[in-house]
Design a protein around this ligand. Sequence first.
Ligand code: HEC
Length: 122
Amino acid sequence: MFRKALLIIFLIGFSVASEKEYEIGKKLVQQYNCLSCHDFSQKRTGPSFTEIAKKYGTGEEAVEQVAKIIINPPSFMPPFKIPLEKAKAIARYVLTEGAKAASKKQKKVYEDDYLDLDSQFH
Ligand code: HEC
């Protein structure tokens, strides 16, 4: 009984913590204007976050890797001299949303195909 209660408290705490990191990531992306050069699903000055999520994945290692790129980009992107924890919150947010945008796009392509097919019968 007691152990169960502890487990539940732990799980709630954990989900609140990751929810909070997601919100922090979202705010920082706005604050640092990432979206002036990146879009979630389309290429702009920089690659889309969907593209970036495809290249690096969305797991813990990808978050770490992308966080380091944000702090110290290898190329044309301006560096963001911020603590790793902040960069990780940003990385997790853009990778998660990038991957989500990818699956939405795929669904849309599928729906468009379906509509085309459908129109052949009318
Ligand atoms: C002034 C425009 C600009 C801003 C602002 C900017 N980026 Fe970029 N970013 C770029 C460009 C351009 C590239 C591609 C560089 C290249 O191709 O070598 C890039 C590349 C990246 C990459 C690496 C992609 C890869 O394939 O390795 C990541 C990750 C990234 N940006 C994330 C971010 C995040 C997160 C922010 C906000 C904190 C941000 N960028 C803000 C222009 C920008």
